[in-house]
Design a protein around this ligand. Structure first.
Ligand code: FAD
Length: 463
């Protein structure tokens, strides 16, 4: 009897514990991916993620074919589809890597009830440095704050050495039917906005490995370069990690093996584990403030056309703040934004425009190729100050001095061509210097005025 291997955000063959266990069973393996827009969830997968998924699945199928298997594609509610597939194929087990988004936890529970007799559910861990929920305090509780969480996790590092991909899968005599990937409509058609993503990214496991190899030698310079948006100083691994095309353990070992001081990079990787731990404890984190005071925040109303216009200007990179605009345009063009600029752009929406962080979280969800329920929510709530482990709301980032401090001139020239002729210091704040570049908007609101409005609004929340 065959076994089913259920892929989700773990689209790789190497260091994939569910695959390794399925192979070890000696039975023929049926790899399956289900496009599930039906299990109730926070929000459907966004547009940029769908683009990535399409290419990642094509790549996974090719890799599976090279070891004698293929990827079966089905569409619908995961538990229904899997229980039908188990009946249809007489499978003796379903192997999968555990996922922690609340909707996946629900789907895993429903699946356990829906399975036909004689088919076992085999759950594995393997997408994180340690299984989320397993790093506990001395008294057995969960950590809420990043630094003590990181220190506790560090005690268990390094993670186990990554396991290579299997060389061959036992072939099946008759493969179940599969949807055609091209029928799923994951790619944009009109307009095709994915040109910039196509240039920057190649989804799939082979490309993830190549990115990691290229970065490993540079990881020792990460600390000095990661905050500078004008240079590519970070790993660009986030979408590969999100879709599980590479394991966190592989990233850990490859950068350690390259030598040098790489702790700062590894600690950043721990943020990804931390975010999962937060959503394990607070499943509704993507939509609910962790601090009650923020439920009383007088956010500006997006139904008001003037507020909506400000929001639209932010999404299009037309705020009059060059660093924010560069970031928002980079996001739209490539599906990715530099981390420092994500913080600045998010803070601008929340504090300068006084718009609820959830509107920003939603935009990022749709436009990021690395959109991740846990990481996105944790970082938005951190920036807002509404989270369990947060920056304080009253610490209001000044986008213009951040732009100077982190040397963003080259980055701005690249992404905001209206400003490409400007030198320092004008490029960081043309309006302040009395420069009016053609086609570039005036600031939506001055920094001082925005700061006072934000602080006033926040003061009103204290009950
Ligand atoms: P590197 O700096 O090379 O870091 C290596 C890896 O560590 C990343 O690929 C990522 O998996 C992880 N990581 C690094 N920083 C963080 C962090 N702060 N939180 C969680 N994981 C981290 N990251 C996402 O993966 N998905 C998101 O949806 C997401 N939304 C964000 C929203 C906001 C408002 C902000 C401020 C940050 C967000 N981040 C998110 C975190 C971070 O910006 C990206 O992980 C990082 O920019 C990805 O680039 P990189 O792979 O070159 O990262």
């Amino acid at each position: 009897r065959p076994v089913i291997l259920w892929f989700r955000r773990d689209l790789r063959l190497a260091d994939q514990p569910a695959l390794a266990a399925a192979v070890a069973s000696g039975a023929p393996v049926i790899p399956v991916y289900i496009l599930d827009d039906e299990t109730p969830r926070h929000r459907k997968m966004g547009g940029a993620s769908r683009w990535w998924l399409h290419h990642s699945l094509a790549s996974l199928d090719a890799d599976l074919q090279s070891i004698g298997a293929r990827l079966i594609l089905r569409r619908g509610k995961s538990d229904d589809i899997l229980s039908l597939l188990a009946k249809e194929t007489g499978a003796s087990a379903i192997h999968f890597i555990k996922h922690y988004e609340p909707w996946w936890r629900n789907a895993e529970k429903s699946l356990a009830k829906a399975l036909p007799a004689g088919c076992d559910l085999e759950c594995h861990d393997g997408n994180y440095l340690l299984p989320p929920g397993s790093v506990t305090t001395g008294s057995g509780g969960q950590y809420k704050i990043y630094t003590p969480f990181m220190r506790a996790l560090w005690q268990h590092m390094p993670p186990a050495k990554p396991v290579p991909a299997p060389e061959k899968l036992t072939a099946l005599a008759h493969w179940p039917t599969s949807d055609a990937l091209s029928d799923w409509g994951l790619l944009p058609v009109k307009p095709d906005w994915a040109g910039g993503m196509q240039q920057l990214w190649t989804p799939g496991e082979q490309s993830a490995k190549a990115r990691l190899e290229a970065f490993a030698d540079k990881a020792k310079f990460y600390d000095e370069k990661r905050n500078l948006p004008s240079i590519a100083g970070s790993s660009f691994l986030s979408p590969h990690l999100h879709f599980g095309e590479i394991s966190a353990a592989s990233c850990w070992h490859a950068t350690m093996a390259a030598g040098g001081s790489v702790d700062v990079f590894l600690k950043e990787l721990v943020w990804r584990d931390y975010a999962q731990n937060v959503i394990c404890q607070f499943p509704e984190y993507g939509g609910r403030n962790a601090r009650d005071a923020f439920d009383r925040m007088p956010w500006r109303d997006l139904d008001d056309p003037a507020v909506k216009a400000d929001y639209t200007a932010w999404t299009k990179g037309q705020t009059g703040y060059p660093i924010v605009d560069a970031g928002m345009r980079q996001l739209w063009a490539t599906g990715w934004m530099h981390n420092r600029v994500r913080m600045i752009a998010a803070s601008f929406l929340i504090k300068h425009l006084l718009i609820d962080w959830r509107a920003g979280e939603k935009w990022f969800w749709d436009t990021l190729v690395d959109a991740d329920y846990g990481s996105n929510a944790v970082n938005w709530q951190w920036t807002a100050g509404s989270g369990v482990d947060s920056n304080m709301f009253v610490r209001i980032m000044a986008p213009l001095s951040q732009s100077e401090k982190f040397d963003a001139a080259h980055y701005i020239r690249h992404w905001v061509p209206e400003l490409s002729d400007l030198g320092e210091p004008y490029i960081h704040d043309p309006e302040e210097h009395g420069v009016r570049p053609k086609g570039y908007p005036r600031k939506l609101i001055g920094h001082k005025q925005a700061r006072e409005r934000a602080l006033g609004a926040f003061a009103g929340t204290k009950g």
